[in-house]
Design a protein around this ligand. Sequence first.
Ligand code: ADP
Length: 242
Amino acid sequence: MSLTALLVDGLTVRFGSFRALDELSLAIDYGEVRAIIGPNGAGKTTLLDVISGITRPKQGRVLFDGAIDLTGLSEAAIARAGLRRKFQKPSVFEGLSVRQHIAIGADVGFRTRLDAPALEDRVGEVLEIVGLVDQSHRLAGELSHGQKQWLEIGMVLASDPKVLMLDEPVAGLTDEETERTAALVRALKRPDRAIVVVEHDMDFVERIADRVTVLHEGRTLFEGSMDKVRADAAVVEVYLGR
Ligand code: ADP
């Protein structure tokens, strides 16, 4: 295993003549929680779209685990390699139970299928981690917004990802739900996993992130701890100061 989970190398994505990503390079290590922040239009979603295989870059590449070139692979192949993403908007199946969701996540995500007892065990473990044991037989459509977010995190977690991408996990959550989500994200940290979080809530970012990358106009404006990010004049000017 390489120390670097994800190496983004010179990515350029254009929409017409507009550069959503502009020769962007960054490295994310195993064991860290990395927050990607920046103003609207900075390229955060486009970056996650390239890593997860939704958008093909015009230039540059994404290497996983030091050597595996993901550039141009399908979304399914990237997921099978161990990179999973929770999208911004909850998109649960209203008529399926919480337990069924986690089982689907575990069943489709692993490289080799789990047998029935192993699947049961995994579902139980994940329900415990995301705090939905008591809700396990409820229909997803009956859950609160926060519970839906945790359910989706559980679905991607079920396949034991090496790279976990969370797109705005606390958007629209109450303070208490945000607090719980921060504890959950910290609990998901592991030496053999990288967690990448796109989020606008700076207090949440401060609680969860080991390092923060600030994007602006498709490039890295700053990278460092949240303390250093808050103290950087350029970051305050383009993002935090508004
Ligand atoms: P962020 O997530 O940081 O708000 P995005 O990655 O969504 O930024 O977008 C970066 C820029 O690229 C924005 O100006 C956006 O309007 C533009 N953009 C994103 N997707 C498309 C697309 N499919 N077609 C045209 N422009 C796009």
